[in-house]
Design a protein around this ligand. Structure first.
Ligand SMILES: *Cc1c(COP(=O)(O)O)cnc(C)c1O
Length: 369
C-alpha cells in the first residue's frame, strides 16, 4: 500500500511471533479444523468477552445469517433495513424469503420501529434489523412488536462487536445475533463470523447445521451447510482478542479528535456517543448537507480521494437500489425517504487503530475550511 494513502480501515493483526508459536502447536496436534482445541478456546473466550451465554463460530459473517433463518425455519416475508451491507438482504434471498424494506430513524441509521408495524402482513414471519455502525437498535420496541405479532427477531450485529447498553451486551437481544470477523471489522479472524444464542439446545442445533447437519458419525438431522472455522483462524482470533480493547481505545481517540474539529463546520454533521452505551467506534460516518456545506457529498468524497484520503460512501447505494431488489414494492424513495437521504449524504472517514496525528490532520484538512 502506498504510504501516502490513508485507507478507511486497516486490519488488526496479531503479533507474528506469537502466532507462529500457536501454529507450531497446531502442527503438533495435527488437528486443523472440525471443533478443534483453538476453536473451542475461542468460543469460550468470546462468550466471556462479549458477556453472552453461547457463541458458535462460523467461517464468515454471512453464513450465520443464512443459517439463523434456516434454524428458525423462517419463510414468507421478513422486515429489514435497506441501509446496510448487501449480505443482510442476500441472506433472506438465499432462503427464498421476500425482503420488505422499512425506513430508518435518521437519528441512528437503524430501522425505525415506529414504521415496522404497518409493513407487517399475514406472510411476515420475522424482523431482521442491523445495529448499523454498531449503534444499538431500539431493541425493546422491536421485541414488543415481535411479541405482539408472534415474529422472530434476528439481529445482524456485524458492526456491534462488544457494544453494550447499560452494561448489558446488545448481542443478547432478539432470538439470535450474528457477527462478522472480516478483516475490515473491529475484531477480525481474517474471514470469520459467529452466531450468538441464548440456550444450549439452540447452540447444539446450530453446531450441527454449520457442519452439514451431522449429529454423529452416521446421523444427519437437517440439510446443513459447511461453515466451520478452522484452527489457524481460531488461534489468530484468540491473539486478536487480547488486543481488541486497546484497538477500540485507539479508535475512540480518533473519534474524539474528529468530533472536536468538525463540531462547528457548517453543513457537516456526525453522531456523538449515546448515553449508557459502550461503543466500539467501528465507523465514523459524517453527513454532508450540500446546500449548507457548499459542496455535495460526492464532490467532497472525490476531493478527499484526490488527496489520498480514502473515505467510503458506506452505505451507498442502498441495498434496495441493487438490481436484484430494485423492483420490490418496498424499495421506493417514497417508502424510504430517510434511508435515501442518508445514503446521499454519508461518508465514512478513515477509522482504525493505526491512524496517527498526521493522518487525522490530513483527513480533517480536506473537510474543514
Ligand atoms: C461485513 C458485514 C456482513 C458480512 O460479513 P462477512 O464476514 O463479510 O460475510 C453482514 N452484514 C453486515 C452489516 C456487514 O457489515
Amino acid at each position: 500500500m502506498d504510504k501516502n494513502i490513508i485507507t478507511v480501515t486497516s486490519p488488526l493483526l496479531p503479533d507474528l511471533d506469537e502466532f507462529h508459536k500457536m501454529l507450531e502447536d497446531i502442527w503438533d496436534r495435527r488437528w486443523i479444523t472440525n471443533n478443534g482445541h483453538y476453536h473451542k478456546e475461542l468460543e469460550k473466550a468470546l462468550a466471556e468477552y462479549l458477556k453472552v451465554p453461547y457463541v458458535s463460530l462460523f467461517t464468515n459473517g454471512t453464513l450465520p445469517l443464512i443459517t439463523a433463518l434456516q434454524a428458525l425455519r423462517i419463510t414468507g416475508e421478513v422486515i429489514t433495513t435497506p441501509y446496510s451491507f448487501v449480505a443482510t438482504t442476500h441472506a433472506l434471498w438465499w432462503n427464498g424469503i421476500k425482503p420488505v424494506f422499512v425506513d430508518i430513524d435518521p437519528s441512528t441509521g437503524d430501522i425505525d420501529p415506529e414504521r415496522i408495524e404497518r409493513a407487517i402482513t399475514p406472510k411476515t414471519t420475522a424482523i431482521m434489523p442491523v445495529h448499523v455502525y454498531g449503534k444499538p437498535c431500539k431493541v425493546d420496541k422491536i421485541q414488543a412488536i415481535a411479541d405482539k405479532y408472534g415474529l422472530k427477531v434476528i439481529y445482524d450485529a456485524a458492526h456491534a462487536f462488544g457494544v453494550e447498553v447499560n452494561g448489558e451486551s446488545i448481542l443478547n437481544a432478539g432470538d439470535m445475533s450474528t457477527l462478522s470477523f472480516h478483516a475490515t471489522k473491529v475484531f477480525n479472524t481474517i474471514e470469520g463470523g459467529a452466531m450468538v444464542m441464548h440456550d444450549a439446545k439452540t447452540k447444539q442445533r446450530i453446531d450441527y447445521l454449520k457442519n452439514f447437519g451431522f449429529a454423529g458419525e452416521t446421523e444427519v438431522v437437517a440439510p446443513g451447510i459447511n461453515s466451520k472455522m478452522d484452527e489457524m483462524r481460531s488461534a489468530y482470533g484468540l491473539l486478536n482478542l487480547k488486543q481488541v480493547d486497546a484497538a477500540i481505545e485507539a479508535r475512540h481517540r480518533v473519534a474524539v479528535k474528529y468530533r472536536e474539529a468538525l463540531r462547528d463546520v457548517e453543513g457537516i454533521s456526525f453522531w456523538d456517543d449515546m448515553p449508557g452505551v459502550k461503543h466500539n467506534y467501528s465507523y465514523f460516518p459524517i453527513f454532508v448537507e450540500a446546500r449548507k456545506y457548499g459542496m455535495t457529498r460526492d464532490e467532497l468524497y472525490f476531493k478527499m480521494k484526490e488527496q489520498g484520503v480514502l473515505g467510503r460512501r458506506y452505505f451507498y447505494p442502498l441495498i434496495c437500489e441493487f438490481s436484484t431488489y430494485r423492483s420490490l414494492e418496498s424499495s421506493t424513495r417514497e417508502n424510504l425517504p430517510n434511508a435515501y437521504k442518508m445514503a446521499d449524504e454519508v461518508i465514512c472517514l478513515p477509522m482504525h487503530h493505526l491512524l496517527g496525528e498526521e493522518d487525522i490532520e490530513r483527513t480533517l484538512n480536506c473537510i474543514v475550511r
